[in-house]
Design a protein around this ligand. Structure first.
Ligand code: 1SD
Ligand code: ZN
Length: 251
């Protein structure tokens, strides 16, 4: 499995199996206010995002991931979501997977949640709308974003070590990684962006961007290694919208 787009020929995204080729509701997509229809949803509800939480950090060979201990009480609901979803893990793509009016941003965060009526993530992942991913796009600034500090503190431990989880030495406050405006988002039905690209995800992509320090991206995310080589990028190309409605909720 090759996620590094610098190697995107053999076994790259164009050769991924199953739904990745056959699907019609795939992710990521380009997001464009001209194409979107207005959303009239209730505001998003994010519960316990303001709480300091402990997590494990892992380099899984295609991204760096923070795992929450389950069952966790950090949940996402409303905002057009058909259920209440529990946070399973957070991971990153560099550069962004979703593009905004054709523009790709340097970093995208995926907060992966599963319908809490299921006992565990893997069961919900097989069901349409079983998963809800909250995505945040970042733009680079000279100043570092302190919200990343607890995570970046532990990143050097995993950058050259694949598959081993380490406990974060500090607690993270998830809200510190979110934009101020939460009632401004794209909402659509899509898929996981890695094989087998199951079409089980309700996507909420926040439309207000968040700053991240250039150095934080270059000196930390770009140092993550996969098979002893820097993981230069790990985004899937944008997919066809087909006959889906893409909603844009505006404050
Ligand atoms: O790429 C991630 C993958 O690492 C895994 O976390 C999966 C959930 O099992 O989700 C995809 S993604 O669609 O959130 N990018
Ligand atoms: Zn992802």
């Amino acid at each position: 499995l090759i996620l590094n787009n610098s190697q995107a020929g053999f076994r790259g995204p164009n050769q991924w199996p199953g739904m990745c080729q056959a699907g019609t509701r795939q992710s990521p997509i380009d997001l464009d206010p001209q194409v979107a229809v207005p959303g009239h949803f209730e505001p998003l509800v994010l519960l316990n995002y303001d709480r300091p939480v402990s997590a494990n950090i892992t380099n899984n060979g295609h991204t760096v991931m923070l795992n929450m201990e389950q069952p966790c009480e950090i949940v996402m609901a409303a905002g057009g979501l058909p259920a209440v979803y529990r946070l399973e893990q957070i991971h990153f793509h560099w550069k962004s997977e979703h593009t905004l009016e054709g523009k790709r941003w340097p970093l995208e965060m995926h907060m992966v949640h599963y319908d809490r009526r299921f006992k565990k993530f893997s069961e919900a992942a097989k069901i349409k709308k079983g998963l809800a991913v909250l995505a945040v796009l970042f733009y680079e600034t000279k100043e570092p974003n302190n919200g990343f500090q607890p995570m970046l503190e532990s990143m050097p431990k995993v950058s050259h070590v694949e598959g081993t989880p380490f406990k974060l030495s500090q607690h993270v406050i998830l809200q510190d990684l979110l934009p101020h405006e939460l009632n401004y988002f794209y909402h659509y039905a899509g898929s996981l962006t890695t094989p087998n690209c199951d079409e089980s995800v309700v996507w909420t992509v926040l439309a207000q961007l968040v700053p991240v320090g250039e150095e934080q991206v270059v000196a930390q995310f770009h140092k993550i290694q996969s098979h002893h080589e820097p993981l230069i990028s790990n985004y899937r190309p944008v997919q066809k919208v087909n006959n889906r409605l893409i909603y844009l909720q505006q404050p």
